[in-house]
Design a protein around this ligand. Sequence first.
Ligand SMILES: C[S@@+](CC[C@H](N)C(=O)[O-])C[C@H]1O[C@@H](n2cnc3c(N)ncnc32)[C@H](O)[C@@H]1O
Length: 249
Amino acid sequence: MTKRKKRSLGTQLREWRMSRRYDANRTDRVLDFDWSSTRYNRISVVNLLMAERPNGRYLEIGCADNVLFDAVLAADKTGVDPVRGGTHRMTSDDFFAAYEGPPFDVIFIDGLHLYPQVHRDLENALRHLAPGGWIGMHDMLPRDWLEEHVPQIRTSGWTGDGWKTAFELAAARDIDFRLISMDYGVVVVRPTGPSPQLPDLSAELADKRFKYLIQHLEGLPLVAYEEARTWIDLYRAAVQRGDSACLAR
Ligand SMILES: C[S@@+](CC[C@H](N)C(=O)[O-])C[C@H]1O[C@@H](n2cnc3c(N)ncnc32)[C@H](O)[C@@H]1O
């Protein structure tokens, strides 16, 4: 497990109070990933996806300090964040509600890490994706109950519960995806048909916490970066061959 940054006493006290309050959600089980030992991160993945279309259009939802945004090799970049970074000072909901421009080749979702919001961002991203495009999603693999908990307990390294959309992707029609074990979990999504449909599993998942993820993780296509790269290359090779199933969108 990665060593965490030292938190102030006040922060530790607040986290302790909150964790007592939500003790029913506690589990001692953890996912023992050390993100700093993986020599790749979300920037590697986005640039890998973007490399297919260097003159393409990139959209990032949630930009913060532009760490990813400024590192992306794309000719045309749009970044949406209500607080800082990017190019558009607004929420993703407002952006998508108003957006009438051309579709994007790669969309990266890293805004508000709450399940209903991530679900909406993903639905909107699917609607605004160019044929043959890719969607990336960040913070999809919390390692312990505090890192995941909603309402937020952990003040740094918090992933929230956007991971629930991975179970929706697993049940989706005309969508293929992988959950990559790096950098707090990066999901890569590839529509494979003309009308990809994301089911709404909120009735089942809304109140689920980290325990559920850890118990059902084997239902998700969790892979290392190298395996994800092979998977991405298979789609690229199929597109080059003109395989219509991979060109469907
Ligand atoms: C984890 S940071 C993004 C980090 C950035 N993508 C990177 O890789 O360097 C999350 C950002 O999402 C923004 N955010 C919060 N709510 C949002 C919303 N509704 N729509 C878009 N962005 C949002 C926050 O202001 C914050 O800057």
